[in-house]
Design a protein around this ligand. Structure first.
Ligand code: 5RP
Length: 231
């Protein structure tokens, strides 16, 4: 059976939930792929699963609450057994670009606190060189953001301030859950991601960037013909 992108997201996310066991503290990622894992976890809880989830965004907190997933924070649960999260781009070394959903800061904090990380994606996210199919999100503080952007552009060449629309159709800068802005940085490829990750984070005003190196344990990829893995 041929699977479209939505099917691919669903099978990857549901496959990841097979690793969730009672008693676990589970990091709950953000995005349209993880959404299917949240739905599945909701069903598993109704069938007797006993977990607590630590959400990576206000959006995920809302969905998880609707699914009656018991929630906790890093304050009460500083060590996470397993995190299921999505990604915008993945390479063959399991490096990631994240932050398309503007949750990269909390996602990286939760990744850092996690014993195991499963990344769920559809096949379109797999890339030969990171930074060739998706702009790199960089979260920056609002104060002096234009100066920060100038410094960021010295590294990536060109970036754009992420905008969002009000219901009335007016465009304004997107504000993250942490009260910051996002720059989307247009690289022609990021061959050495660990260097760019450090260089960007060294700029005053940069809070964090969406490069995740050596964090994922396994990528679960939904493809048109079924699941495949990178680990
Ligand atoms: C949010 C993220 C998401 O995991 C990433 O954007 C993937 O989202 P989706 O599954 O909707 O494509 O990093 O900050």
């Amino acid at each position: 059976m041929y699977m479209n992108t939505e099917d691919q997201k669903k099978i990857a996310a549901e496959k990841a939930t097979e690793n969730v066991q009672s008693g676990m503290v589970v990091g709950l990622g953000t995005g349209s792929t993880v959404y299917y894992a949240l739905l599945k976890l909701g069903k598993m809880l109704q069938e007797g699963l006993d977990i607590v989830g630590v959400p990576t965004s206000a959006g995920t907190e809302k969905i998880a609450t609707a699914q009656q997933i018991p929630l906790a924070t890093l304050t009460t649960h500083p060590s996470i057994d397993l995190t299921i999260d999505g990604a915008d781009e993945v390479d063959a070394y399991l490096n990631l670009i994240k932050g398309g959903g503007a949750a990269l800061v909390r996602e990286k904090i939760i990744a850092n606190a996690s014993k195991k990380i499963l990344i769920v994606v559809d096949e379109s996210k797999v890339s030969r060189v990171l930074g060739t199919t998706f702009p790199l999100p960089v979260e920056i503080v609002q104060f002096g953001w234009e100066s920060t952007q100038t410094e960021v552009n010295r590294i990536c060449g060109k970036s754009t301030l992420r905008l969002t629309s009000t219901e009335a159709g007016n465009r304004h800068p997107l504000i993250t859950d942490n009260g910051n802005y996002i720059l989307d940085c247009h690289f022609d490829g990021i061959p050495v991601p660990q260097e760019i990750e450090l260089q960007l984070n060294n700029i005053p005003g940069v809070v964090e960037n969406g490069i995740f190196v050596n964090r994922a344990d396994k990528i679960i990829i939904g493809t048109p013909s079924g699941i495949r893995y990178m680990e």
